[in-house]
Design a protein. Structure first.
Length: 95
């Protein structure tokens, strides 16, 4: 449920090179009734687009595959852990 994801301290972020890619990802994921949020890209992550997709690590492989199958260009994948008021960000490999 998106409300659980909103308050999650451990999550994944997908970034995009352009806003159009982020909006296409949103459309694809909505059609799949996926559990995700569109959020501003975190300051700790440098990217061309200001929008990112926030999702549960449990859903990462499935949603990433769905986006690739729908030709959505994902620029980066990140694992985020909140530590107090800071975020610990780890870049994951695209596969």
């Amino acid at each position: 449920m998106a409300s659980d994801l909103f308050y999650s301290d451990s999550y994944c972020i997908l970034t995009f090179a352009a806003t159009a890619h982020a909006l296409k990802a949103e459309k694809v994921l909505k059609n799949l009734e996926a559990d995700f949020l569109i959020i501003p890209t975190l300051r700790e992550i440098s990217t061309s687009c200001g929008l990112s997709v926030k999702l549960s690590p449990d859903n990462l492989d499935r949603y990433f595959t769905d986006l690739m199958n729908n030709r959505v260009a994902v620029e980066g994948i990140y694992q985020v852990e909140k530590e107090g008021k800071k975020n610990r960000v780890k870049k994951l490999e695209l596969s």
